[in-house]
Ligand binder design. Structure first.
Ligand code: LMR
Length: 398
C-alpha cells in the first residue's frame, strides 16, 4: 500500500535546513529557519536557562506524569506574561492554560477545540503568514481564508486593505493575529490600529486567536503584549498560542502554551475540560523539562530580570544586524533601497526579493532564505554579512 503514497513536498522552512545540511559547498549561509545566532554564529543555551536547569537537576524528585494540562505554576506564569502580573484576567480565573509541545502544538490545541467544540469552520490568516499556519489549520479541517496585510510596493502594512478584507469575516469565525513581530513581514499594527482592530473584532464577534511566538523581540516583554492586551480589554472570549522557542532559546524542548479566556471562571473550566479531553486523545500529557525551566525562571525575580536582559541582548544584536545589512547592501552598490528593513520587528526581514532571486541565491551562492523572500536577520553575523550582501547585489544585477 505504501508505494501508492506520493511524496510530500519539502517543507518551505525546515526543508531548507535539510537542503542546507546536504550542500557540500564550504561557504554557505542558512538564513531560512528563525533561529537566533550569536556573533560567532552559534545558537547558545541562555545563561538563565543553564541556571534554571542546574536548579531543576537538584530539585527534581520524580519523572512521574504531569497532569493533562501540565505544570500549573508554568500556566500561571504564562498568563502573567500575556496579560500582565496584575491583570484581573489572571486573578479572576477567567483564563486557563495548557502547557503544549511548542507553539505549533498550542495552535493545534486551539484549532481542535474550535472545530470540535465550537463548530467553527473558517479561520482567517494574514496574507502572507507563517508557512506552517495553513498546514496546522487544514489538518484540523478548517477552511483557511486570507485577509490582506502587506503592501509589496510600499513595503508596509496595508491597513485599509486589511480592514476592508476583514469585513468579510463572519460572526464566530476564527481570526489569527500575530502578537508581535509578524512572521514573515516583521511589520506590526501600531497602538492605534491594535485598538481599532480590537473594537471591530468585539463589535463583529470574531473569535481572535493570537499566535505569540516573539514576545520581547520587538520592543520589550511588556510592550510587545500591547495588541493582545487591547483585545483582552473588550473580549470576553479569546485564545492564545504561546511559544517560548525563541525568547528562551528552547527550540528543541518544544515549550508552548494554549490559553483560553472565557466570560467567567466557571465557563472557562467547563470549556477547558474539552481542551483537556482533546489533549488526552492526542499526546496525553505534555513533556516536562522545557516548561519546568521556564517556570523556574518566571517564578524567581532575579532569574526573570536576567532573562529580560538576555532577551534584550538578542533584540539589540538583531537590530544591529538590520542596520549593518542595510549599510552593507548600500556600500556594495545594491540597486534597491532596503532601508525599510530597519523598521521591521523581530527575527525576520521581508526583503522583497523575488522567487527567482531567492532560487539563484541558493543555487549560485549557497545562501538559503525562504521562498517568500524572508531572511532570518537573527542568523546574520559580521562574518557572513559581506558575502550575503554581495550575493544579493549579484542576483539583483542578473
Ligand atoms: C520559523 O518561522 O522559521 C520558525 O518558526 C521555525 C519553524 O518551525 O518554522
Amino acid at each position: 500500500m505504501f508505494e501508492l503514497v506520493s511524496a510530500a513536498p519539502a517543507d518551505p522552512i525546515l526543508g531548507l535546513t535539510e537542503a542546507f545540511k546536504e550542500d557540500t559547498r564550504t561557504q554557505k549561509i542558512n538564513l531560512g529557519v528563525g533561529i537566533y545566532k550569536n556573533e560567532d554564529g552559534q545558537t547558545p543555551v541562555l545563561n538563565v536557562v543553564k541556571k534554571a536547569e542546574a536548579k531543576l537537576l537538584e530539585s527534581e524528585s520524580s519523572k512521574s506524569y504531569l497532569s493533562i494540562e501540565g505544570n500549573a505554576q508554568y500556566g500561571l506564569a504564562v498568563q502573567k506574561l500575556l496579560f500582565g502580573a496584575d491583570s484581573d484576567i489572571v486573578s479572576s480565573g477567567r483564563a486557563l492554560t495548557a502547557q503544549s509541545p511548542g507553539g505549533t502544538g498550542a495552535l493545534h490545541n486551539a484549532a481542535e477545540f474550535a472545530v470540535n467544540h465550537l463548530g467553527i469552520k473558517t479561520i482567517w490568516v494574514s496574507n502572507p503568514t507563517w508557512a506552517n499556519h495553513g498546514n496546522v489549520f487544514k489538518a484540523m479541517g478548517l477552511e483557511v481564508k486570507q485577509y490582506e496585510y502587506y503592501n509589496a510596493n510600499t513595503k508596509s502594512l496595508d491597513y485599509p486593505a486589511m480592514l476592508s478584507s476583514l469585513e468579510q469575516v463572519a460572526k464566530g469565525d476564527l481570526v489569527l493575529l500575530h502578537g508581535c513581530c509578524h512572521n514573515p513581514t516583521g511589520i506590526d499594527p501600531d497602538a492605534a490600529q491594535w485598538k481599532e482592530l480590537a473594537n471591530i473584532s468585539a463589535d463583529k464577534g470574531w473569535l481572535p486567536l493570537f499566535d505569540f511566538a516573539y514576545q520581547g523581540f520587538a520592543t520589550g516583554i511588556e510592550e510587545d503584549a500591547l495588541g493582545l492586551r487591547e483585545f483582552a480589554k473588550n473580549h470576553s472570549e479569546l485564545m492564545i498560542a504561546s511559544s517560548f522557542s525563541k525568547n528562551f532559546g528552547l527550540y528543541n524542548e518544544r515549550v508552548g502554551a494554549f490559553t483560553l479566556v472565557a466570560k467567567t471562571p466557571e465557563v472557562a473550566k467547563q470549556a477547558f475540560s474539552q481542551v483537556k479531553a482533546g489533549i488526552r486523545a492526542n499526546y496525553s500529557n505534555p513533556p516536562s523539562h522545557g516548561a519546568a525551566v521556564v517556570s523556574i525562571i518566571l517564578n524567581d525575580e532575579a532569574l526573570t530580570q536576567e532573562w529580560h536582559q538576555e532577551v534584550a541582548d538578542m533584540r539589540v544584536r538583531i537590530k544591529e544586524m538590520r542596520d549593518l545589512f542595510v549599510k552593507t547592501l548600500k556600500d556594495e552598490g545594491a540597486k534597491g533601497d532596503y532601508s525599510f528593513i530597519q523598521g521591521q520587528n523581530g527575527m525576520f526581514s521581508f526583503s522583497g526579493l523575488s522567487k527567482e532571486q531567492v532560487a539563484s541565491l541558493k543555487s549560485d551562492f549557497a545562501v538559503y532564505i525562504v521562498g517568500s523572500g524572508r531572511i532570518s536577520v537573527a542568523g546574520m553575523t559580521k562574518n557572513n554579512m559581506l558575502a550575503l550582501c554581495q550575493a544579493i547585489v549579484a542576483v539583483e544585477n542578473a
